[in-house]
Design a protein around this ligand. Structure first.
Ligand SMILES: CC(C)(COP(=O)(O)OP(=O)(O)OC[C@H]1O[C@@H](n2cnc3c(N)ncnc32)[C@H](O)[C@@H]1OP(=O)(O)O)[C@@H](O)C(=O)NCCC(=O)NCCS
Length: 226
């Protein structure tokens, strides 16, 4: 079996991320998102940018996403998908939540944006929250494949495997697409665009929705190792 086939087989059978995975997954996400247009627009400039990106992803994974139980990765760690399950609040804006939550998020955003770009970060976070759909759904917060492995099908395989599990629940799914290059990937997975929700002057941020699927008789999600 070629290396690509092994990696694809892994991505089709992901495992749930654990707290100890946060540092390695944060490195993967910081590398994958370094050239993302929206992240590039909000992230601080200068020599502190790589460290800011790393800390941002680490804190989101460790403090918020991994404890919710829907972060999935491949055995060799080359790809990750971060889902937030139904009922978990968007929690992305500095304008909501209690004081402790606001301070915690302010620190996370400060690391990513620095003071000069904090308002950009807040504008994007507020746009995301304002347009966040009501009703139960899984929220695809992030998906990332290590740069050297992109374009081999890993992202599609990981998306398909985790969506199959979501389909078992009949739940809808939602995402905000921060890179026009990804639109075809998400459309192939069944997402449809609901329009650009980016704040003024920001790169496009496409709201995308996937209706819940009826569970197929006899299907089971055994492709995901618990
Ligand atoms: C987006 C991403 C997860 C897709 O995973 P992947 O394994 O590279 O993608 P696949 O090989 O399964 O599918 C290819 C599709 O992914 C998209 N894509 C995005 N970036 C790509 C890249 N660098 N190389 C190849 N395809 C890419 C395209 O839609 C492509 O479809 P197309 O060939 O018809 O244009 C991955 O490229 C990545 O980590 N990109 C950087 C981070 C990012 O953009 N995350 C999502 C933010 S909304």
């Amino acid at each position: 079996m070629s290396e690509r086939h092994l990696l694809l087989a892994e991505a089709a059978r992901p495992r749930r991320a654990r707290a100890a995975d946060a540092p390695q997954l944060a490195r993967l996400m910081a590398a994958a998102f370094a050239a993302d247009p929206v992240i590039d627009w909000i992230a601080r400039q200068g020599p502190q940018r790589p460290h800011g990106l790393l800390r941002f992803f680490h804190d989101l994974l460790a403090m918020r996403a991994i404890p919710l139980g829907e972060v999935w990765t491949t055995v060799s760690g080359g790809a990750v998908v971060v889902w937030l399950p139904p009922g978990s609040t968007p929690g992305s804006t500095l304008a909501s939540g209690g004081l402790a939550e606001q301070l915690r998020l302010l620190v996370v955003f400060l690391r990513l944006c620095g003071i000069p770009r904090l308002l950009r970060g807040q504008a994007v976070a507020e746009a995301m929250e304002r347009h966040h759909p009501y009703g139960p759904h899984y929220h695809l917060a992030f998906i990332a494949v290590a740069p050297r492995l992109q374009g081999l099908g890993l992202g599609s395989a990981l998306l398909e495997a985790t969506l199959a599990r979501i389909d078992e629940t009949g739940s809808a799914a939602y995402l905000q697409n921060s890179n026009p290059r990804n639109t075809r990937l998400y459309e192939r997975a069944g997402f449809a665009s609901r329009g650009n929700i980016a704040p003024r002057h920001a790169p496009p941020l496409l709201s995308m929705w996937r209706e819940g699927r009826t569970r197929l008789a006899g299907y089971d999600s055994s492709s995901l190792s618990q």
